[in-house]
Design a protein around this ligand. Sequence first.
Ligand code: PLP
Length: 466
Amino acid sequence: MKENKLQKQMQQEMIDKQIFNQVKAYAFDYLDKSSERNVFPTDEAIGQLTLFDEQLPDKRGSSEEILALLHEVGSPATVSQIGGRYFGLVNGGIIPTALAVKWLSDCWDQNTPLYVTSPVTSKLEGVVENWLKQLFTLPESTVAGFVSGTSMAILCGIAAARYRIYRRLDWDINAKGLIGAPGIRIVAGKQAHGTVIKAITLLGFGKEMIEWVEVDDQGRILPEKIPALDDRTILILQAGNVNSGSFDAFDQICEKARETNCWIHIDGAFGLWAAGAEKLKHLTAGIEKADSWSVDGHKTLNTPYDCGIVLCSDQEALVSALQATGSYIVYGEDHRDGMLYTPEMSRRARAVELWATMKYLGRQGIDELVNGLHERAAQFARELKENGFEIVNEVVFNQVLVACASDAETESTLKNIQDMRECWCGGSVWFGKKVIRISVCSWATTKEDVTRSVKSFVRARKQLMC
Ligand SMILES: *Cc1c(COP(=O)(O)O)cnc(C)c1O
């Protein structure tokens, strides 16, 4: 047999572990520097990225050089998300134990469609499914699918809804498809997240068929404005508005909606975790009356990316909507096969990190983490107000919307904040008004980080007057 040089080389790398030690040193270097460095990369660091521009090499590369290039050029061009002063989107930090667990799990390199492809992942998915049910107090029949994020979880929840509603109408959606199908209805608040619309359109429905419900000045659905519901309607509610952090009035809305037998989906990407904090769980009261829920691990819970979960109390609907068959697919009789609950077949073992995070935190830790995010957000609002900024929203959870005297001043202040790189926030528009959007979503954010960031806001505004 011809000598296989590539294989030999890789065998050697697995045995001598040199590259893993090399990368461990880089990783530790990154962790040590990331909390103190500029939050957004410098123009210089971003400029260096052109070093990656090349044609696909003909020859094999050197592992050492690849790792060195990535650390020298790649690391400085990252956004320091794991430090305490990143407030963009709704980006969670990373729990150290979960990061460590991910390293081990990366070595396992499990593929997780079936019990037979990874018994340990199958077991941990089942354990986490139960924990989530307990924490969110969901019906006993609830099942969980572990997906890439809430976007995918919403898609799964609405696919289950679509399956169930058509089943009731005696229309097998999997067999007959949507063309020629009877009409169904979708009702959502005017402040529904963009990914809700994405899921609806991916499922063959149209934006124009959505019956939009009026909301109040916090983005909450006005319950009295919900149109008459029926058993061919999907009602979509929200736990945590992506701008204001507000929650719909689940108790009130779901109680009435349930009588009509409509399907209720709650998008709780980051907000559903309020259920785990004693002082905040009033916000999620009544969520158990819905049929499906979407939530992220990688936001409020601070698991590594990517980690989303679809929860559905109608197992048959979810599994039927995500049906998967093949002659070589052997479902476990007494064991959990993850692919029944997800659109994907091959998947990484993301439930392992979710399990580790929940086991590490426990109920008390989740309470402390979630409440801590709220307290830091409230501190932000207080200190910004003391410094003459306007706080536009009620800070009920972890989101703060900030405005200056005019839209122009808000925009310029935000630009200066971003240029200074002391912290990072994005902008948004809230009912026609330009705002600076703060999302406190990392365990790593301390009181000092908040105060330091507020100073950056003040300096950014002052620069406008010079
Ligand atoms: C972030 C978010 C989503 C999308 O979640 P991904 O995990 O980014 O796919 C959906 N809805 C809300 C309210 C969100 O905050």
